[in-house]
Design a protein around this ligand. Structure first.
Ligand code: SF4
Length: 366
């Protein structure tokens, strides 16, 4: 445990960060424990850091689930886990042309990064070759897009091979603190996760690693996790808000409020002011009506659907960005992006299993 520190106001704290001070654990706790009355002060201070480093841009990322479900690992939060009874799409590797077509939909809608994800503990060398082939095809058609691979725990030389194939970044989330890790997974360790992030970084891939909040962690756990990410040099931090799928051990776990989600995002922004901060999976159901406010703290999001569940309509994401005075990174104007998708699921607090896009014959949500 550590005690709250005293500083005069959150604006003063932002001033310190802007002159290069490093957030202390006590200061992080003060942000997480701030009151609803202080929320706008916290957001306003965090927004100054966000604007100093990212102006009014929002980085749009697009997920392609290359291989869904049937994982031998037992991560409690995951709909694709061993023994999951969640009624998700289950399929083995997409064909390269299908993966590229899925990715292209997100790119056309404004995504500057495509995240190619596969369930499983980690790739075989053959899987790495398979993904490398997809990446060179994708980069051939879309040379400016960034590609992030998310394939699980990497073995020796796999990160180097992904780098050579044109992969720009590697995602492997730490998810929670080291001390809580055994509570959320028994089939691999926190240390293995850290090693993969280091392996990716060592091979010259941009490390993307973040957290899942709302799994019953304490504020101290959350600070531990975020400070470990800071020490590891994660260059983009997705903050996922637990989506408690029916049929998983965390079914029915609703521990977050929109305002606490805001405080969590603000704490990460204060801890890592110049790092890409993504409001990631579960933002619709947990931030709810505060999503636009969260854009003033986070500078990145996933467009449209997630790996196994549906997000709000891709056009609603783009409208939210434009309506709040932000621009999509790498794009001239949000209004030019994509057509309205009248069939897409509207935003709301329900968890809807993805039934469109990758692995189906139905158009993706982008
Ligand atoms: S998080 Fe990854 S490793 Fe864990 S169960 Fe899900 S797909 Fe498997």
């Amino acid at each position: 445990m550590f005690n709250k520190t005293v500083f005069n106001n959150f604006s003063e704290l932002a001033n310190r960060q802007l002159t290069g001070a490093e957030l202390t654990r006590a200061e992080a706790l003060s942000i997480l424990e701030s009151t609803d009355e202080e929320l706008l002060d916290v957001v306003s201070a965090a927004a100054r850091l966000r604007r100093a480093h990212f102006a009014n841009t929002v980085k749009v990322n697009y997920l392609v689930n290359l291989k869904s479900g049937l994982c031998p690992e037992d991560c409690t939060y995951c709909s694709q886990r061993l023994g999951s009874a969640a009624q998700i799409l289950k399929y083995t590797w997409l064909k390269p042309a299908d993966a590229v077509a899925q990715a292209a939909t997100g790119i056309r809608a404004g995504a500057s990064r495509v995240c190619l994800v596969a369930s499983g503990k980690g790739p075989t060398d053959r899987d790495v070759d398979r993904v490398a082939g997809m990446v060179s095809e994708l980069k051939g058609e879309h040379p400016d897009v960034e590609v992030c691979a998310c394939l699980g725990i990497l073995k020796e030389n796999q990160a180097e091979r992904l780098k050579v194939s044109g992969v720009d970044a590697y995602n492997h989330n730490l998810n929670t603190s080291e001390s809580m890790y055994a509570d959320i997974c028994s089939t691999h360790t926190f240390t293995q996760r850290v090693e993969t992030v280091e392996r990716a970084k060592g091979a010259g891939l941009s490390p993307c690693s973040g957290v899942i909040v709302g799994m019953g962690e304490s504020n101290e756990d959350l600070i531990d996790a975020v400070f470990t990410l800071r020490a590891l040099g994660s260059e983009s931090i997705p903050v996922n808000f637990l989506m408690p799928f029916d049929g998983t051990p965390l079914e029915g776990t609703w521990l977050l409020t929109p305002s606490q989600c805001m405080r969590i995002l603000a704490m990460v922004r204060f801890a890592c002011p110049s790092t890409e901060l993504r409001m990631a999976g579960g933002r619709e159901m947990h931030l709810r009506t505060l999503q636009p406010l969260a854009l003033h703290v986070a500078n990145s999001l996933f467009l449209g659907d997630y790996l196994t569940s549906e997000g709000q309509a891709g056009q609603a994401d783009l409208d939210m960005i434009a309506d709040n005075g932000f621009t999509v990174l790498g794009q001239k104007a949000c209004a030019d992006l994509g057509e309205k998708d009248d069939d897409a699921t509207p935003s709301g607090s329900h968890l809807t299993i993805r039934r469109r896009g990758a692995g189906t014959e139905i158009s993706p949500n982008a």
